[in-house]
Design a protein around this ligand. Structure first.
Ligand code: ADP
Ligand code: AMP
Length: 217
């Protein structure tokens, strides 16, 4: 299956993607995680992306679209993929459509995770991620690691993302409303959007998403 996850920062896209990708046996492709891996490796792409990310802005399309397309061109994504955080504006959505069309493939669904803004703010404020792999995500209240400050998955150090601080979060939410939300209508016109109420236990949200995909667990 080829799936796009959308929703505001903190909606739980990465958290759900980890479970959905496992259940559906497809790779989880997060452009945010790809940028963070480039930053920690000190690559030129990472150096370029960092200033935009720290300011809560989108990284320019010229950089982002190529990186996302490279990733979904890898052999492990041949049978499908779960995109998390891409596309994030209309230009990226159109570029993805062009890429898929060239390959003669289509998206199966766009899952829109719906969470009230006050909950998103609480989720982001308590989010802690692993320094070794930013797809390992915890929360100080909702998903506590067994040992404080230590990743349950790999033992890495947990920390708060620089862009999860309050002033940057406000900017990121604004960018979501102005730049990313329009892609929901774009995909509605293609009849691909399924809205998933994303309040409640992580497992319950996963069940809703799997049911929406016609894959009851
Ligand atoms: P996104 O990828 O959309 O930015 P994350 O998956 O990183 O969001 O989730 C943001 C924070 O909220 C994380 O700390 C995560 O542990 C927590 N979280 C995710 N889903 C839920 C949920 N259903 N209930 C409570 N907390 C959640
Ligand atoms: P995320 O991990 O999805 O919350 O993304 C963190 C940051 O990475 C965003 O605030 C952007 O600065 C950048 N980013 C991630 N995905 C994209 C994208 N598709 N387009 C532009 N910037 C992105």
């Amino acid at each position: 299956m080829r799936i796009v996850l959308v929703g505001p920062p903190g909606a739980g896209k990465g958290t759900q993607a980890a479970y959905l990708a496992k259940n559906l046996a497809i790779p989880h492709v997060s452009t945010g995680d790809l940028f963070r891996a480039n930053i920690s490796q000190g690559t030129p792409l990472g150096v370029k992306a960092k200033s935009y990310m720290d300011a809560g802005n989108l990284v320019p399309d010229e950089v982002t679209i190529g990186m996302a397309e490279d990733r979904i061109s890898q052999p492990d994504a041949e049978g499908g993929f779960l995109l998390d955080g891409f596309p994030r504006n209309l230009k990226q959505a159109e570029a993805l459509d062009g890429y898929l069309k060239d390959k003669g493939i289509t998206l199966d669904a766009v899952l829109d995770l719906e969470v009230p803004e006050d909950e998103v703010v609480k989720r982001i404020a308590g989010r802690r991620i692993c320094r070794s792999d930013s797809s390992h995500v915890f929360h100080v209240e909702y998903k506590k690691p067994a040992r404080e400050g230590v990743c349950d998955v790999c033992g890495g150090e947990l920390y708060q993302r620089d862009d999860d601080r309050e002033d940057t979060v406000r900017k990121r939410l604004e960018v979501y409303h102005t730049e990313t939300e329009p892609i929901i209508d774009y995909y509605k016109a293609q009849d691909l959007v399924v809205t998933i109420p994303a309040l409640g236990e992580v497992e319950e949200v996963t069940r809703r998403a799997m049911a929406a995909l016609g894959r009851d667990e």
